[in-house]
Design a protein around this ligand. Structure first.
Ligand SMILES: Cc1ncc(C[n+]2csc(CCOP(=O)(O)OP(=O)(O)O)c2C)c(N)n1
Length: 545
C-alpha cells in the first residue's frame, strides 16, 4: 500500500461520497488510488466550481464537502469557494497536490506555500510531510471542519510522499461524533428570569439553529413563551414563514418592517446567531439592548454585542431548559408586522408589467416550488429580494451565502444540491453576472445527468452595485455589460434554454422547465427599477406602534 491509497481509505472512513475537483500531475497517485474506491470523483471545469460544490454539499449534509486540485494555480483557484464555506460555517475539506519535498526549499515550477496561503481562511491547514501522519491529518481535518462552528480544513499532499510505501498496520482513525456540552444550570436560570421579566423580548435566530438541528426546539420555545422570531438570511426555514410568530428575515442592512420589531425590543434572544451575517450595530445601534446569547460556541466580542447572559451548550437542550423555567410573555404583538410583510408579498401577485418585477417573480416561484424543494440564491440584488420575500417553510430549502457572500456559488451549488438530494427539485436563482462566473459547470451537471433549473434575472448590470451607487451617491456608472443569448448558450452546452416573454409566462415556463429531466436555463428579464423604490419606501418607514 502507498500513502495515497491509505489517504483514500481514510477519506472512505470519513464517509466521503464525492470529491469535486480537477486532477493534476502532482496528484496522480491519489487519482490512481481512487480507481479502487467507491468514492465518486466529480470532474469539474474550474476549481472554483469544485469548492462551491463542496461548500453547498457541506451546508446541506452537515458533513464536510471535499474539493480537490493540483498545486499552484489549481489550489489558488479553490480559494474563493473555500473561503466562502469557511466564513459561512459550512464544513469543507480541500486537498491539493504539492511538488515533491525535495524541491520545497527553493524556487520551483508551480510551487507555492499552500499551507500558509490557506491558513487565514481555514480552521486547519497542514502538509503531509511523512506518510506515517496521513491518518491523523485526515481525521483532524474532518474533525475540525465538522465541529462547531464548522469551516474549512486544507491538506497539502506532496507527490513523493503520496507515492511512498506505507506499512499495512497504518489504518484510519476511528470517527467519533463530538458530544456537545450541557448548558450550565445557573445560566439557564438567569436567562429564564430575564425573559420572564422582559416587557418586549424578540428572538434573533441564526444559522446555528439549522446546523444544530434545533428548529423544532426553537418552535417549541417560541410558542411556549409567546415570543416572535426574526431570523437571518442563512437561517431561512428555521421557523416556517407561515408560523404566526414568524417576523421573517432580517439583514437587509436598512430599516425594514422586521427591524421595527428590534427597535421595540429591550431583550434580544440570539440563538445560533452569527454576526458575520448581520452586524449587531445594525439592530442594536445604542448598544442598550439586553442580549441573551444561546449557542454552542462563545460569543464574538463586539461593543454592540455585550451579553447580559451567555448560555453555552447544545442549542436544543438550552432552549428546552430555559422554556421550562421561563414565564410566557403576554405583551408581544407581532401580528401587525406580519400583516405588513404579507401584504407586500401579495400586492404584486397580479402585476403583469414586463420586465417582470422581483416581487412577482418570487411570488410565482413560490407557487411552483413545493415546501421541500431547494432554492439556491446567488449573490446580488436578487439575493436581497429572495431573503426578504421568498416564503421559506423548512430548513435546508433556501440556501444563501451571506457571510462571505461570493458571487458564482449558486450554479455549482445546484450540482451539489442535486447530488445530495436526488429526489428534490432544485432551482438556482442568479444574476446574469454571477451566472457567467461559473456557467461552465452546466457541462459538469449534464455529464453527470443531473437535472435542475437555473433562473437568470437578466438586467445586463451588476444590479446590486448599481443599487448601492444610486442609494449612496444618487448616480451610477461602470456597472453595465453585454450577455450572450442565454437560450442559445444553454443549447450550445447541450442544456435547454427558455425565455420568459411576459409576466404570465413565468409559472408555465417554470413548470415546463421542471418536467425536463436535464439542466434548463430560464432567462427572465427583471425590472430592477423596483430596487430604489424599495429603498425609498423603507427610508420613509415609520414603525407601527
Ligand atoms: C466574487 C464576487 N465579486 C464581486 C462581488 C461584489 N458584488 C456583490 S453583488 C454584485 C453584482 C451582482 O450582479 P448580478 O450577478 O448580475 O446580480 P444582480 O445584482 O444584478 O441581481 C457584485 C459585483 C461579490 N460579492 N463576489
Amino acid at each position: 500500500m502507498n500513502a495515497a491509497e491509505l489517504f483514500i481509505s481514510c477519506l472512505e472512513n470519513e464517509g466521503v461520497e464525492y470529491i469535486f475537483g480537477i486532477p493534476g500531475e502532482e496528484n496522480l497517485h491519489v487519482m490512481d488510488a481512487l480507481r479502487d474506491s467507491k468514492i465518486k470523483f466529480i470532474t469539474v471545469r474550474h476549481e472554483q466550481g469544485a469548492a462551491f460544490m463542496a461548500d453547498v454539499y457541506g451546508r446541506l449534509t452537515g458533513r464536510a464537502g471535499v474539493c480537490f486540485a493540483t498545486l499552484g494555480p489549481g489550489a489558488t483557484n479553490l480559494i474563493t469557494g473555500f473561503a466562502d464555506a469557511n466564513m459561512d460555517r459550512a464544513p469543507i475539506v480541500a486537498i491539493a497536490g504539492q511538488g515533491s519535498t525535495t524541491r520545497m526549499h527553493k524556487e520551483s515550477h508551480q510551487m507555492l506555500d499552500l499551507v500558509s496561503l490557506f491558513r487565514p481562511i481555514s480552521k486547519y491547514s497542514c502538509e503531509i510531510l511523512q506518510p506515517e501522519i496521513v491518518a491523523e491529518v485526515v481525521r483532524k481535518a474532518f474533525k475540525d471542519a465538522e465541529t462547531e462552528k464548522p469551516g474549512g480544513a486544507f491538506i497539502s499532499f506532496p507527490e513523493n510522499i503520496a507515492a511512498e510505501t506505507v506499512s499495512h498496520d497504518l489504518i484510519p482513525i476511528k470517527v467519533q461524533s463530538p458530544v456537545s456540552p450541557f448548558p450550565v444550570p445557573s445560566k439557564i436560570k438567569q436567562a429564564a428570569e430575564l425573559i420572564s421579566s422582559a416587557r418586549y423580548p424578540v428572538i434573533m435566530a441564526g444559522n446555528g439553529v439549522i446546523r444544530g438541528e434545533a428548529h423544532q426546539a426553537l418552535i417549541n420555545f417560541a410558542e411556549k413563551l409567546n415570543i416572535s422570531v426574526a431570523h437571518t438570511f442563512m437561517a431561512k426555514g428555521c421557523l416556517p414563514f407561515s408560523h404566526p410568530l414568524s417576523l421573517g428575515t432580517v439583514g437587509l442592512q436598512v430599516k425594514d418592517y422586521v427591524s421595527c420589531g428590534f427597535d421595540r425590543a429591550e431583550v434580544v434572544i440570539c440563538i445560533g446567531y452569527d454576526m458575520v451575517e448581520y452586524h449587531p450595530r445594525l439592530w442594536n445601534p445604542q448598544a442598550d439592548k439586553k442580549i441573551i446569547h444561546i449557542d454552542l460556541t462563545y460569543a464574538e466580542v463586539d461593543s454592540h454585542y455585550q451579553l447580559e447572559v451567555g448560555v453555552l451548550g447544545e442549542i436544543k437542550q438550552s432552549l428546552q431548559l430555559i422554556a421550562e423555567q421561563a414565564q410566557a410573555n403576554t405583551a408581544i404583538g407581532s401580528g401587525l408586522l406580519r400583516e405588513l410583510i404579507k401584504a407586500e408579498l401579495d400586492k404584486y401577485a397580479e402585476d403583469d408589467s414586463f420586465p417582470v418585477k422581483p416581487q412577482r417573480i418570487l411570488h410565482d416561484t413560490r407557487q411552483v416550488l413545493a415546501d421541500e424543494d431547494i432554492l439556491l440564491s446567488d449573490v446580488g440584488a436578487h439575493k436581497m429580494w429572495i431573503a426578504r420575500l421568498y416564503r421559506c417553510e423548512r430548513p435546508y430549502t433556501c440556501i444563501i451565502s451571506n457571510g462571505f457572500a461570493a458571487m458564482g456559488i449558486a450554479l455549482p451549488g445546484a450540482v451539489a444540491a442535486k447530488l445530495a438530494n436526488p429526489d428534490k427539485r432544485v432551482l438556482t436563482i442568479t444574476g446574469d453576472a454571477g451566472f457567467m462566473m461559473n456557467s461552465q459547470e452546466i457541462e459538469t451537471a449534464l455529464r453527470h445527468k443531473l437535472a435542475f433549473v437555473v433562473m437568470i434575472w437578466h438586467d445586463k448590470e451588476y444590479g446590486l452595485i448599481k443599487w448601492h451607487q444610486q442609494r449612496r451617491f444618487g448616480r451610477s456608472g461602470d456597472i453595465s455589460f453585454n450577455n450572450p443569448d442565454f437560450v442559445k448558450y444553454a443549447e450550445s452546452l447541450g442544456a435547454i434554454g427558455l425565455r420568459v416573454e411576459s409576466a404570465e409566462d413565468l409559472i408555465p415556463t417554470l413548470n415546463h422547465a421542471f418536467i425536463e429531466d436535464t439542466v434548463v436555463i430560464v432567462d427572465v428579464p427583471v425590472d430592477y427599477s423596483e430596487n430604489m423604490k424599495l429603498t425609498e419606501k423603507l427610508g420613509e418607514l415609520v414603525c407601527p406602534i
